[in-house]
Ligand binder design. Structure first.
Ligand SMILES: O=C(O)CCC(=O)C(=O)O
Ligand SMILES: [Fe+2]
Length: 348
């Protein structure tokens, strides 16, 4: 733990040129994390603030309300609903105790409606949540389009629409998840150094959008030199902090890494507690994530085109074994993180 700040690039994708696409590929092959400026790219800052307000209202609700839609109940469906403290263990080979966080997972909406029961405070805002998810998905589509351009995928293989056709929600189900996260402050920090807010992991999907709030740090990435570096909430704060100017954090997940034979990095990250000397005055941390996944049946083989081919030659990367589908990969990862704590009763 060294607290150094990660130097994650900030990219303006508002005009989608080849240069922007190249910059995005370069940043993602170095850091696996990149900020995109939030200037007219489809997610108004006010919507983000409203979603954080809703998240606070929900997590501060009585436990019985949250429990109604527990991830453990058959009616919520697989990987959906409320996760109480310690339900998920993102780094099962090191953690003795599950993550010190709560979360609420929304699966894909169907015809604008949640395909799972929602507790009262969230049900009251179902339409707003559905629209926010659509905006997140559309931003992911813009970014995936740029990746295909930057990777120079040939027209014969789908060209710029290689990834977007594989993320076309009208064509079938995917594992995409919209998630509200809540990391309460504790009066005393746990004494076991293995205890953590969110254990070290990489994300399971194609890309993740992550929203954070000023004054609520804690996210760290594992750098290529194997040290932890903190991810700022706002990489270029002005003298007058303004939530509407905070860029959106984009994180490469496992699947884009498979698709590019490791050229794009699915970087390991975690969320730590405040340092002891800061714990007393620290705020709770709220974050919001949109995990964008391809269609369940998408196969994970390296994409054609000179960029990935040259990387394979240079790095001597090889893809071994039979190609996996997106769903097979997701199921394997979910099993590892929830272990015996979540029984997806009667739900595929
Ligand atoms: O809360 C955060 O900032 C990160 C959460 C995260 O990495 C995850 O849920 O996959
Ligand atoms: Fe993550």
């Amino acid at each position: 733990m060294n607290g150094d700040s990660a130097n994650i690039p900030v990219i303006d994708i508002s005009s989608p040129t080849v240069e922007v696409a190249k910059a995005l590929v370069n940043a993602s092959s170095t850091y696996g994390f990149v900020f995109v400026k939030n200037n007219d790219i489809g997610i108004p800052p006010q919507d983000i603030s409203d979603m954080f307000e809703l998240s606070k209202t929900f997590f501060q609700s009585p436990v019985e309300i949250k429990e109604e839609c527990s991830i453990n109940s058959a009616k919520s469906g697989k990987n959906r609903g409320w996760l109480s403290m310690h339900t998920e263990t993102l780094d099962p080979s090191n953690q003795k105790k599950g993550d010190y966080k709560e979360a609420f997972n929304f699966g894909e909406f169907v015809n604008g409606k949640a395909d799972q029961p929602l507790p009262g405070p969230l049900a009251a805002r179902e339409d707003d949540i559905g629209q926010f998810i659509d905006k997140c998905h559309n931003l992911c589509i813009k970014i995936l389009d740029l990746f295909a351009i930057g990777l120079e995928i040939p027209e014969s293989a789908g060209g710029p629409s290689f990834f977007t056709t594989r993320h076309d929600r009208s064509k079938g189900p995917s594992g995409s998840v919209f998630r509200l996260l809540y990391y309460p402050t504790l009066p005393f920090l746990p004494t076991d150094p293995l205890d953590i807010r969110a254990g070290a992991h990489s994300d399971y999907g194609s890309i993740t959008l992550l929203f954070q709030l000023p004054g609520q740090p804690g996210l760290e990435i594992l750098t290529p030199s194997n040290t932890w570096a903190s991810v700022p909430v706002d990489p270029s704060p002005s003298s007058n902090p303004n939530p509407s100017s905070i860029p959106i954090l984009v994180n490469i997940g496992d699947l884009l890494s498979y698709w590019t034979a490791g050229l794009l990095k699915s970087t390991v990250h975690r969320v730590i507690f405040p340092y002891a000397e800061e714990n007393k005055g620290a705020q709770d941390r709220y974050s919001i994530a949109y995990f964008c996944h391809p269609l369940d049946d998408a196969t994970l083989v390296p994409v054609p085109g000179p960029v990935v081919e040259e990387h394979v030659k240079r790095a001597g990367e090889e893809m071994n074994g039979a190609p996996m589908t997106a769903r097979e990969h997701l199921n394997a990862r979910l099993e590892a993180t929830y272990g015996a704590k979540v029984k997806f009763e009667g739900s595929g």
